[in-house]
Design a protein around this ligand. Structure first.
Ligand SMILES: [Zn+2]
Ligand SMILES: [Zn+2]
Length: 239
C-alpha cells in the first residue's frame, strides 16, 4: 500500500491554481490573446513545431526516408515504437513548462489532443511515466499522468494509475551526458501489475534520448507486456 502523500507548499499552490483554472475563462497560454475554451488559441496551436514526417518509427529521430535510424539498428530499444507530434522547441517548450512549472493543467488537454491525433495504434492499457515521490511532492501532480488521463478518456482506453512507481529520484536527465543517462535510471522503476500479453502505451511529456522510456519499457516487459509504445507530447532533437 502507498503512504498518503504529503504535499509541499508549491504542490498545494499548484492544486489551488488547478481549481482556479476550472472557474475562470482563460486566455491563450502563449500569446495571452484570444480567450477560448482551451489553453491555446488556434494560431498558436498551428505554430507549434511538428516533427518531420520522415522519421525513425522506433525513436522518431528524423531519417532520410522514414527508415529505422542507425542508433536503433545498432541497439534496439526495449520499447517498440514512439508516437509523437511535436518538437521540443519554442513555443512547444514554453507550453510544456507552463504545465510543469506553473501548474497550468489546462495545457495537459492541449498536449493530449495533439498527442491523440498522432498515435497510430490502439493499446490495451495506458500508463503515465511515473514520477518519484519526492518530485511528486514538490510539483503536486504528475504532468505525464495529466496528459495520459485526457488521452485515455478521449480514446476510451483503460488507464492504470498507481501500479507502477519510480522508486528513487534521479538527477534531471538534461544535466547528464548521453552515456550517463541510461545508468542514471537503471533499476529506477517497479511495476506491480501482471501485464502478460498486454500492449501498453506509456505517456510522457518530453523524450530526449529515450533512456528513461527504455528503462521503464524494460520493467514493463519483465511484468509481461508484449508491446510497449511511447506516447510522447514533444521530442527533443539533437542540435
Ligand atoms: Zn495564442
Ligand atoms: Zn531510431
Amino acid at each position: 500500500m502507498h503512504q498518503p502523500l504529503s504535499i509541499s507548499p508549491r504542490g498545494f499552490l499548484n492544486r489551488c491554481l488547478k481549481s482556479a483554472q476550472i472557474l475562470v475563462p482563460q486566455s491563450c497560454v502563449l500569446c495571452s490573446g484570444g480567450s477560448s475554451e482551451t489553453a491555446l488559441c488556434a494560431p498558436c496551436l498551428a505554430a507549434l513545431p511538428r516533427l518531420a514526417r520522415e522519421r525513425c518509427p522506433v525513436c522518431t529521430l528524423p531519417t532520410l526516408s522514414g527508415e529505422v535510424c542507425g542508433a536503433c539498428l545498432r541497439h534496439r530499444p526495449k520499447f517498440d515504437r514512439v508516437d509523437c507530434a511535436l518538437v521540443y522547441a519554442f513555443p512547444a517548450d514554453t507550453l510544456i513548462q507552463a504545465l510543469k512549472y506553473d501548474g497550468n493543467l489546462a495545457v495537459a488537454k492541449v498536449l493530449g489532443a495533439v498527442l491523440k491525433a498522432s498515435v497510430a495504434d490502439r493499446p490495451d492499457l495506458i500508463l503515465a511515466m511515473p514520477l518519484s515521490k519526492q518530485r511528486l511532492r514538490e510539483r503536486g501532480f504528475n504532468q505525464a499522468l495529466e496528459i495520459a488521463k485526457f488521452v485515455a478518456r478521449e480514446l476510451d482506453i483503460p488507464i492504470a494509475i498507481d501500479s507502477c512507481r519510480k522508486t528513487r529520484d534521479t538527477p534531471p536527465q538534461t544535466a547528464l551526458p548521453w552515456k550517463e543517462r541510461a545508468k542514471n535510471v537503471r533499476g529506477a522503476f517497479v511495476c506491480d501489475m501482471n501485464l502478460a500479453g498486454k500492449k501498453v502505451a506509456v505517456v510522457d511529456d518530453v523524450m530526449t534520448t529515450g533512456a528513461t522510456l527504455n528503462e521503464f519499457a524494460a520493467t514493463l516487459r519483465k511484468s509481461g507486456a508484449s508491446e510497449v509504445s511511447g506516447w510522447i507530447a514533444a521530442r527533443t532533437l539533437p542540435r
